[in-house]
Structure formats: C-alpha cells, structure tokens
Design a protein around this ligand. Structure first.
Ligand SMILES: [Zn+2]
Length: 157
C-alpha cells in the first residue's frame, strides 16, 4: 500500500485476518444462512443485544445489491419483532455503525426506561447504576425459537 489512503481492496485485505466478525472468538449464534447470521453479542449491561452480521466482509450497505439489502433488513426486522414479542421493550434501537469494525453489521438493541443509559445511546456514559436482576435477559432457546417463527412468518428474498 502506498500513500495515506488505502483502496477498498487494500482495506479489505488488511482487515480480513484480524476482523473480529470474520474471526469471532465468542458469540452465541441464534440463526444463520449463507448470507448473514444473528448472534447474541454479549455487550456489557445489555445481554440481549443482538447483532445481525453480513457473512462476507463488506463495509457498507451500498456494497450489497438490492436483493442482498432486502434480505439483510428482513433479518434485522425479524430480530426486532422477536425481541418486541419476548420483552416488550420501551424502544428498539437499530444501529449500523462499523466505525471500529468495518464489517457490515446491525445492532438490534431492546431499550428500557430503566436501563443504565436510557434515553442516551448504550455506548454513552451511563446515567444510572443498574442491579444485575434489573437487567432484562432471555433464554437463548426462546430467542432462537421466536426468531425462527418470525422468519417463517415473513418469507423473503
Ligand atoms: Zn470481517
């Protein structure tokens, strides 16, 4: 690589081997197909935060074609519906950042008025302490089952 700015191909080559989403160390899979997977992300303080990860190492939504974009969002929306059914959160945050990990993924985050950051983003400075028993949790089995039902109800691309 020459110069300060990497081409897209150089950028992808640089990051494939050390990308934590291409080389996951610890994640709990909930559902997957050849294009994307849904996992529990084990985010501190947010044990039911789900992450929908495009399997290939692409950086932006617009790196996908229209059919791929629709497929990914179908899975993101199914994840949101499953979390709403099981937890009745006060709000669901959908976030696609990828500033630190430039591998396309969506965070699906059920939010509650008493969570430690509400109404701020979960990555902000906490507004309050929460006791462990106040943090909403779910069994992996329940989430897998509900997510599977949602994807069956909404057959897609
Ligand atoms: Zn990656």
């Amino acid at each position: 690589m020459t110069g300060a700015v990497a081409t897209r191909a150089e950028f992808c080559r640089m990051h494939l081997t050390d990308c934590p989403l291409c080389q996951p160390v610890s994640e709990t899979p909930l559902w997957q197909d050849t294009h994307c997977r849904v996992i529990l992300a084990h985010e501190t303080g947010y044990p039911v935060l789900c992450r929908v990860i495009w399997q290939a190492h692409v950086r932006e939504m617009t790196d996908l074609n229209a059919s791929q974009q629709a497929h990914l969002m179908r899975v993101v929306f199914a994840t949101e519906r499953a979390l709403r059914t099981l937890l009745q959160p006060d709000k669901v945050n959908l976030a696609s950042l990828g500033n630190l990990v430039p591998h396309l993924h969506w965070h699906v985050i059920p939010r509650f008025r008493d969570d430690r950051n509400f109404p701020d983003p979960i990555w902000s400075v906490p507004r309050r302490n929460t006791t462990p028993d106040a943090v909403k949790t779910l069994s992996t089995d329940a989430l897998c089952r509900e997510l599977g039902l949602e994807l069956t109800r909404q057959p897609g691309t």
